[in-house]
Design a protein around this ligand. Structure first.
Ligand code: PLP
Length: 417
């Protein structure tokens, strides 16, 4: 319940730790290890402010502010009208998987058989299935930090040891292959890559990817999950380097991609995994256990997205690119903030350490005092302290106004409280 002392109902939310359980209920210990995606909690806090009539400038959401392109929506409508109402095969409808295989050849430079493809409800299931297939107590899984928070959460859930790979601002938040390879032990089962990255906008270079793969050839016990969900959002001529373009490790490389970010389809819950032949049956089994299959009509819309005109993607890309330049310029005018130019995705990861205000506190103050929502860098792991993530999947006007409000606030009272 919201009260004056707790206007955002924080005490009851996972933001402050799992809610207290009734003593008589015996939940699995893994429940207490499950993390969260704070973005969803900020959504609730913003909603609470808006319900009080406050106008919040929203830069916390990792979702395009565009509608799904009309030809894709129409394909979904038609599928419903045509009777796509039932279960599909667990891996997905064959023509849809064929369209994914074609797409992977075109955009990821890899040869994919439709049997390797599993269509899932969003990007997350591929991540969860991969971690569930390898994670257990005693196993180690390397993941990027700061990084998408569900990696660490899923690893901890299985009881495996999460091994953070630190991504540094000085390096444009790109990973170092030498550092990553040095983290590998006989207990390492899986490494997780994410390029372009959430929350930093960092991009892996071909040089580092080549070096990593050369090193992995000598570590045959290690699988790779490559999260390439932002692969169509690269700027300044950067070229995407997909894990699928390395046949040397094709027998243990898992690709995570999906429709959410590329086609403004976050709410349709459409994603896909490309699995090596040795793992695809087990992953399919997890899909059967968790989801049975993915929404049939949404699959048909997804196929239209991949096979239909791509100029909608280009248009959204051009808008994000323009906003990227605006937000970085604006953030750099705020006292105590500095922000490098991200090379991919739609996030600016600003270094706010000069404000001397802990990131979580700064996130709350920006929302409460400037009515601007963003996410603390610590939402993405301990190594995100000293940073705030601003999503620029919002209009230029909103970005400019938000930065103006934050600038005013930070000009008045930058001191820690
Ligand atoms: N991977 C990364 C890096 C993300 O940022 C996200 C969403 O924000 C996902 C996966 C999950 O995508 P979806 O919403 O399609 O499950």
């Amino acid at each position: 319940m919201r009260t004056l002392a707790d206007p955002f109902n924080l005490r009851r939310s996972a933001y402050e730790g799992a809610p207290r359980l009734e003593a008589r209920l015996q939940l699995a210990s893994a429940v207490s290890r499950l993390g969260t995606e704070t973005a969803f909690e900020v959504v609730n806090r913003v909603g609470a402010l808006e319900a009080q009539g406050q106008k919040v400038l929203k830069l916390h959401i990792g979702a395009p502010d565009f509608r799904t392109p009309e030809h894709i929506v129409e394909a979904g409508r038609k599928a419903l009208a045509d009777g796509f109402h039932g279960y599909t095969p667990a891996k997905g409808l064959l023509p849809v998987r064929e369209s994914v295989a074609e797409y992977c050849t075109r955009f990821h430079g890899g040869k994919v058989h439709p049997d390797q493809v599993i269509i899932v409800p969003g990007g997350k299931p591929t991540l969860f299935y991969a971690v569930l297939l390898f994670g257990e107590p005693g196993a180690e899984i390397v993941y990027p930090n700061p990084g998408f928070p569900i990696y660490e959460s899923a690893i901890r859930w299985t009881g495996a040891t999460p091994v953070p790979l630190e991504l540094r601002e000085a390096n444009g938040f790109a990973f170092s292959a030498d550092e990553l390879l040095a983290k590998i032990t006989p207990r390492t089962r899986l490494i997780i890559l994410n390029s372009p990255a959430n929350p930093t906008g960092g991009v892996a270079s071909k040089v580092e990817m080549d070096k990593l793969v050369r090193g992995l050839v000598n570590q045959p016990h290690v699988a790779v999950l490559s999260d390439e969900i932002y692969s169509r959002l690269l700027y300044d001529g950067e070229k995407h380097v997909s894990i699928l373009s390395y046949p040397e490790i094709a027998d243990r490389a898992i690709l995570l991609d999906g429709w959410s970010k590329t086609y403004a389809m976050t709410g349709w819950r459409m994603g896909f995994g490309v699995w090596p032949k040795s793992l695809v049956d087990q992953a399919e089994r997890l899909q059967i256990n968790c989801n049975s299959c993915t929404n049939a009509a949404a699959q048909m819309a997804g196929m239209e997205a991949l096979r239909g005109p791509q100029d909608c993607v280009d248009r959204m890309h051009a808008a994000f690119d323009a906003r990227r330049k605006v937000i970085v310029r604006e953030l750099n005018t705020i006292p105590g903030f500095r922000c490098g130019m991200p090379k991919g995705a739609f996030y600016a990861f600003a270094n706010t350490s000069a404000t001397k205000i802990p990131s979580r506190e700064l996130e709350r103050r920006l929302l409460q005092e400037a009515r601007v929502s963003c996410l603390s860098g610590t939402s993405f792991g301990a190594m995100g302290e000293g940073f705030l993530r601003f999503s620029y999947a919002s209009s230029e006007e909103t970005i400019q106004l938000a930065c103006q409000r934050v600038r005013e606030l930070m000009s008045q009272a930058p001191a820690a409280r």
